[in-house]
Design a binder for this molecule. Structure first.
Ligand code: ASP
Length: 306
């Protein structure tokens, strides 16, 4: 296997400090080792590394909702078979992505939410796990105190903290024959309990087909209402490269919703493209088993007035 591609993003406003990039790189390289065996297994391995780390807004380290509870969304899709599965607003599991994978492989359901998702996870043997990291609890307390004083919280919506931190994660890959995508998140800080974002919304924040694999990050509602991930797939199917497709999609998202976001895509020839319009959007790419040096997504922020 020397022609596969794995690209992993660390979400909007994620720090580009070495310690964050190193975890993204570790995750991508780990996934690459499994790429020849199974696309789905490779995706799960990538996301498990990030869900385990307290540095990203997924799994342990997720942002807290308005009530101070972690509710997570995760999804996985295999392009050639068009098989998809997602869990939404799931609590108390270390690896939401693994629950989504089990749902895809062991049932005919495609989305499980809330208590039903937790029940399924337990039945599959996933133990109870506390996903609340100390830094996120403190940040939530401060954010709620700011609201109580009638002030706008200083914390970043995506990363949960005022200091540099990590956000939602996503991965797209091509194994030389097929494409696949996966994503995992705690959503947005102070979200309404029960709220589900674009991460598990097929065609909104994630999509994979024979043409492309796409993952998105940003204000979930905007991605869902514009079916942005599916739009990227259509633009690639019409003959455009992923860089152009993600650029067009983000322009369209901004035009329709004035929203911030980041999009990462790969096509069936192994071309990777990524575009964002926020502060930061770190992406790492492993091609042919090796990390691409200093890969940089296209930043449209300067062209768009927020
Ligand atoms: N898209 C995620 C959501 O709306 C948030 C994020 O990307 O940080 O749940």
């Amino acid at each position: 296997m020397d022609m596969g591609i794995i690209a992993v993003h660390g979400g909007l406003d994620t720090s580009r400090e070495k310690q964050y990039l190193e975890i993204l790189q570790e995750a991508a390289l780990k996934g690459y080792e499994l790429l020849l065996k199974s696309r789905v297994q490779a995706l799960e391995a990538v996301l498990q590394v990030l869900e385990k780390s307290p540095k990203f807004n997924c799994g342990y380290g997720s942002v807290l909702n308005f009530d101070g509870i972690v509710e997570m969304d995760a999804a996985i899709m295999d392009g050639p078979s068009s098989r998809f599965a997602a869990v939404a607003a799931i609590q108390d599991v270390q690896h939401p992505i693994s629950v989504a994978r089990a749902l895809m492989e062991k049932t005919s359901n495609v989305i499980l939410a809330g208590a039903g998702a937790v029940k399924f996870a337990r039945a599959q043997g996933f133990p109870v796990a506390d996903c609340i990291a100390g830094r996120q609890r403190e940040a939530w307390q401060k954010a709620r105190a700011s609201l109580a004083r009638g002030e706008k919280p200083a914390q970043n919506l995506y990363t949960g903290l005022a200091a540099p931190y990590g956000d939602t994660v996503g991965c797209v890959l091509w194994d030389g024959t097929g494409l696949a995508a996966a994503s995992s998140t705690g959503g947005c800080l102070l979200k309404t309990p029960g709220r589900v974002g674009d991460t598990p919304s097929l065609g909104g924040g994630i999509f994979a087909s024979k043409t492309s694999a796409v993952v998105c990050t940003g204000i979930g509602e905007a991605f869902i209402e514009t079916l942005t991930a599916k739009y990227v797939d259509q633009v690639i199917a019409a003959g455009n490269e992923p860089n152009q497709a993600t650029r067009l999609a983000l322009g369209r998202l901004y035009e329709q919703k004035k929203a911030e976001g980041g999009i990462l895509a790969v096509d069936a020839r192994g071309n990777v493209g990524s575009t964002f319009n926020a502060g930061r959007f770190p992406v790492v790419v492993v091609a042919g088993g090796r990390l691409i040096d200093n890969y940089q997504p296209v930043n449209l922020r300067a062209e768009q007035v927020h």
